[in-house]
Design a protein around this ligand. Structure first.
Ligand code: MCN
Length: 794
């Protein structure tokens, strides 16, 4: 049995539970609870004139109906703007229930509580809301004309405008560098909207305990501690009286970071008011029209470059479709604009974005959070430079790479928190070499010629990215060894399927020298760990992983101290393997960690004769010292936090070979290769699983997914019948190679991996389809009909 499990492909221990139906998701809880349902706006933009609930009052089993007028105190205020920014001059958030105006189809207007969901929906259908329908603003182009306004007090529909400039050598501006460059290009790119689409939608279930005035809330969330704070503040309950638990969560992919969602405060409020358990579980249509979307951007690019393809100046202007509200600030376009440069150093850079309101579902981060759009922009630029110069696409990329000796590398950008964006480590030339080898880049021209001779058209594409991961401010870990030798690990952030139970157990087992079977892990339960930020931005491994390691080191240090006393040895001579502390090289001089845990608790030792006999070691010292020495605590446990100065930058490169059908224009991915660098790997099998899932979502963004709004602001494809997502049959086999350049920023040397797979896929597929077809692609996704159209206009 080994306890050195860091870096091993340990099978995910949570999977047996999750794939055999033993998981406990939100809707598995609260079987007898009252059900909430919502009347949501059928209009994209309208004034509410009247709400008539009279017909609904006769519904048998109806318990309550609430509109904005019923909401007390802080609950009646707009939902919080979570990440403010000075450039967000006109941030706007929704009310939990619409007040006077609705700004997108799906905005909640009335909450109904009834005996069950059917009755609640029946009552909803009988409520008449009288609207004065206003003309909606749909699409970025219409929004920027500024003729019609989403928010009357937001001129031009511009919520935020931000410019960042990095001068080139000699202080040249990007514009000047482009003018002076031997070659220039200018073009427009479009990326369509998509959305997280977790298998399990959002949901919340609340129990009020009137006896002690406390609230227990279960939420399918990525941020249980923040939901807890929001509920306490909005409902005016003392924080210690509110507990929030994230049960098993069936995917989040970003949409469940937003906090609080209206339902997350309304359902607990109703539970308290009615003194009954209340539950709401989102249905798929609600998820389409009432949660959030992402990606939609228009980008205008101007680039100047030399004969080798080196970028001398780059200007990018981004129009970011923000939907109706900005609860998560402008983090998405900030990420696009600051991380767009990827692994490249360019001469001078100017990026400008405007965050635009439209009468559509709000935009908040979805896996990749702004990076897929940025990578699409930069990688399209690289391909166009290569095409212009007639150079190999990988050569042009290599000519622009930041070199390994140049780290830490400052891109000159300022991130959301005002801090500089500095890449900590990486080896981009080596990653590209590995990728070319893996996909067979250099021999592809022969394969392409052979295919062409046989009447087939195939193409190869490439795309590179970096990703700032492990963002702060902090995360914590608590580790306790109990007298049965078991190790209980808890951290406050939540899990949505990332394999934390396994990876964090691997870290604890390695640090403490115990078998992994002895380690249990709890996440997302404010009863166990109250201080946390949440799971997003590929941060859990870096943040909680390091916090747990640090907490384990505290426990280990204490265990060695106690064991040294019992064994009459020097702690420096001790090591722990397989759950036993022993003197190095003298296996007979040993003491089980379980016994050390017993010795650490004088209460147990003093009162339990059996324990005393079983341990065979001296109890607390018999001299004049108190049983718990000064500065010491009973128990074998430790808590620590990890708080980094800045993010650590993971990186990767993907390549794909596609085949396009000459008749149907169908695009098939024949091969897909990934080289990925997330620093030291805790569990390569989990990381590969994360990459596979990400690539699958990326394939959706590249070939299928878009939100189709009509001119009235109606989402026409708001169901899985109409919104195309890739099935397993459309996801290619993914070949993966890992490169490990440890992060110098954290004790474990790790970088994040959870979003990596999705980020470059659109860029890679565009690159490959272009190569197969000899056309120019400027918009994703690309469907067979899009390709057909491009063929006609080539
Ligand atoms: N890991 C590792 N070695 C590393 C880095 C990570 O073994 N060097 C492991 C981690 O231990 C963890 C997994 O890989 O088990 C992902 O780690 P990390 O990159 O820290 O990402 P998070 O755990 O913070 O997860 C968030 C990330 C994001 S931002 C989205 S969106 C996303 C994703 O993870 N949503 C997911 N992956 C998802 N996977 C599932 N199944 N469901 C989601 O909703």
């Amino acid at each position: 049995m080994t306890t050195r499990l860091f870096g091993e492909p340990v099978q995910r221990r949570e999977d047996a539970r999750l794939i055999t139906g033993q998981g406990r998701y939100l809707d598995d809880l609260g079987a007898g609870a009252l059900a909430a349902a919502f009347v949501r706006s059928p209009h994209a933009h309208a004034r509410i004139l009247d709400i008539d609930v009279s017909a609904a009052l006769d519904v048998e089993g109806l318990v309550a109906i609430y509109t904005w007028e019923d909401l007390p105190g802080a609950l009646a205020e707009p939902l919080p703007l979570l990440i403010p920014h000075p450039a967000l001059t006109h941030g706007r958030t929704a009310y939990p229930l619409a007040r006077e105006i609705v700004r997108h189809v799906g905005e909640p207007v009335v909450m109904v509580v009834a005996r069950d969901r059917y009755l609640a929906e029946d009552a909803c259908s009988l409520i008449r809301v009288d609207y004065e329908v206003l003309k909606p603003v749909v699409g970025i182009e219409e929004a920027v004309r500024g003729v019609r306004l989403v928010h009357e007090d937001v001129p031009g529909n511009v919520g935020a405008h931000l410019v960042q400039e990095v001068p080139g050598p000699g202080g040249l501006t990007a514009g000047e560098a482009i003018e002076a460059a031997p070659h220039t290009l200018a073009f427009r790119l479009d990326v369509e909207r998509s959305a997280s689409m977790p298998l399990e939608g959002r949901g919340v279930y609340a129990r009020w305990d009137a006896d002690d005035g406390s609230l227990r809330v279960y939420s399918s969330t990525q941020t249980s501690t923040s939901v807890r704070m929001a509920i306490a503040a909005r409902l005016g309950i003392e924080l210690p009286k509110v507990e929030v638990v994230a049960p098993d969560v069936g995917g989040g992919f970003g949409v469940k970071i937003v906090h609080p969602w209206p339902e997350e405060v309304l359902v607990p409020w109703a539970a308290r008011l009615l003194n009954r358990e209340v539950k709401w579980a989102e249905d798929r249509r609600e998820h389409f029209i009432s949660s959030s979307h992402e990606r939609g951007q228009v980008q205008h690019v101007r680039v100047g470059f030399d004969d080798d393809g080196r970028v001398l100046g780059l200007e990018v202007e981004i129009l970011h479709d923000h939907g109706a509200y900005t609860p998560y600030g402008i983090i998405v376009p900030i990420i696009t604009s600051t991380q767009l440069l990827g692994p490249y150093k360019v001469g001078a850079y100017r990026v400008e974005f405007s965050s635009i309101y439209t009468n559509t579902v709000q935009v908040t981060p979805y896996r990749g959070a702004g990076r897929p759009q940025g990578v699409f922009c930069m990688e399209r630029t690289m391909d166009r430079i290569a095409a212009h110069l007639g150079r190999d696409r990988t050569e042009v990329r290599a000519a622009n790479f930041i070199q390994p000796h140049e780290f830490p590398y400052d891109q000159g950008m300022t991130f959301q928190d005002g801090r500089p964006l500095i890449y900590d480590s990486g080896d981009y030339p080596e990653a590209l070499r590995l990728l070319k080898e893996l996909i067979g880049w250099d021999s592809f021209p022969e394969a392409k010629a052979r295919a062409a001779a046989g009447g087939r058209s195939i193409g190869i594409g490439v795309g590179c990215y970096v990703e700032g991961t492990g963002v702060g401010p902090y995360e914590g870990g608590h580790v306790q060894v109990t007298s049965d030798g078991r190790v209980h690990v808890s951290t406050g952030l939540t899990s949505q399927g990332q394999g934390h139970e396994t990876a964090f157990a691997q870290i604890a087992a390695t640090e403490l020298g115990v078998p992994i079977e002895k380690v249990s892990v709890v996440t997302g339960d404010t009863r166990r760990f109250g201080y946390a930020v949440g799971t997003f931005a590929s941060r859990a491994a870096v943040m909680s992983g390091n916090a747990i390691a640090l907490a384990c080191r505290k426990v280990r240090e204490k265990a060695l101290r106690i064991a040294a006393e019992a064994l009459e040895a020097d702690p420096r001579d001790l090591e722990i393997t397989d759950g036993t502390v022993h003197v190095a090289g003298v296996p007979s001089a040993s003491i089980p960690l379980a016994t050390v845990a017993v010795l650490s608790n004088p209460l147990r030792y003093a009162f339990d004769e059996e324990t005393r006999r079983a341990t065979q070691f001296a109890g607390p010292a018999s001299d004049d010292r108190p049983p718990v020495a000064e500065g010491e605590e009973p128990g074998l446990e430790g808590r620590d936090y990890y708080s980094p100065v800045r993010s650590t930058f993971a990186a990767g490169m993907h390549a794909a070979i596609v085949e396009t059908d000459p008749d149907t224009a169908e695009i098939r991915i024949l091969r897909y290769a990934v080289v990925h660098d997330c620093g030291r790997l805790i569990n390569p099998m989990i990381v590969e699983g994360q990459i596979h899932g990400g690539v699958a979502q990326g394939v959706g963004g590249a070939l299928y997914e878009k939100m189709v709004y009509d001119e009235h602001g109606q989402l026409l494809n708001a169901s899985f019948m109409d919104f195309l997502m890739p099935y397993a049959t459309e996801v290619p086999h993914i070949e993966t190679a890992h490169l490990e350049t440890p992060s110098p920023l954290n004790p474990l040397g790790i970088k994040g991996a959870g979003e990596a797979g999705v980020i470059p896929v659109s860029a890679v597929i565009a690159s490959a389809v272009e190569d197969a077809e000899g056309i120019t692609i400027a918009r994703m996704p690309i469907s067979p009909s899009d390709l057909h159209h491009l063929r006609l206009t080539r």
